[in-house]
Design a binder for this molecule. Structure first.
Ligand code: E4P
Length: 217
């Protein structure tokens, strides 16, 4: 499974990239607003940190507007992936942009039929929002399972990019359900390494080692 960082904070991205953990980054207008930075400047900086796909979302809502904004954003770097919403206009923009050779991430996907349409429109990625489905009492993971089955049935190449991930369990279950990518907030990504028995075991090993009086170097 590939890991993308779901953030527009470049320091956090740098930290994760340094560990070799990052296959890409996703941003959205809310995350850019939270960063307080200029949109195009921040996308350019992120593209200089990670080689993989970096999602930058259009804000136009009509097809032509989305295509123009998408082409403009794609000029920033060859790894920019244009994010368009899962609307009729968004699907038309997706088709046009992918045919022009630009990667597209169709975002705000909440059911399997939407996911099927996005794949048929040639999306590079489609983003099912797990956490937001859980928030309204539905099962986000069920959507990932349905998408996996449908995409496999028809050998659709669109990658399932599990989004709106809120916990370590979301990452685990998305991986088990066959998501190709998980885009994860940095704090959740870092929490994946934690287990109390790892810390306890390490303390015990180090304390026993100290008793030997030896050093390795
Ligand atoms: C995905 O690309 C979105 O940026 C993101 O995962 C949304 O997550 P949220 O529902 O926690 O805002």
């Amino acid at each position: 499974m590939k890991f993308f960082a779901d953030t527009a904070e470049t320091e956090e991205i740098r930290e994760l990239a340094d560990v070799g953990l990052l296959d890409g980054v996703t941003t959205n207008p809310s995350l850019v607003a939270k960063s307080g930075r200029d949109f195009k400047e921040v996308i350019k900086e992120i593209c200089g940190i990670v080689e993989g796909p970096v999602s930058a979302e259009v804000t136009a809502t009509d097809t032509n507007g989305m295509i123009s904004e998408g082409k403009h954003l794609a000029e920033i770097s060859s790894n920019v992936t244009i994010k368009v919403p899962l609307t009729w206009d968004g699907l038309k923009a997706c088709r046009a942009l992918t045919q022009g050779g630009t990667m597209v991430n169709v975002t705000l996907c909440f059911n399997a039929n939407q996911a099927l349409l996005a794949a048929k429109a040639g999306a590079t990625f489609v983003s099912p929002f797990i956490g937001r489905l859980d928030d309204i009492g539905l099962d986000g993971m069920e959507l990932i399972e349905e998408m996996r089955e449908i995409y496999d049935n028809y050998e659709l190449k669109t990658e399932i990019l599990a989004a709106s991930i809120r916990s370590a369990n979301h990452v685990k279950y998305a991986a088990m359900a066959g998501a190709d990518v998980a885009t994860v907030p940095p704090a959740v990504l870092k929490s994946l390494v934690k287990h109390p028995l790892t810390d306890k075991g390490l303390d015990a090993f180090l304390s026993d080692w100290k008793k030997t009086g030896q050093t390795i170097m």
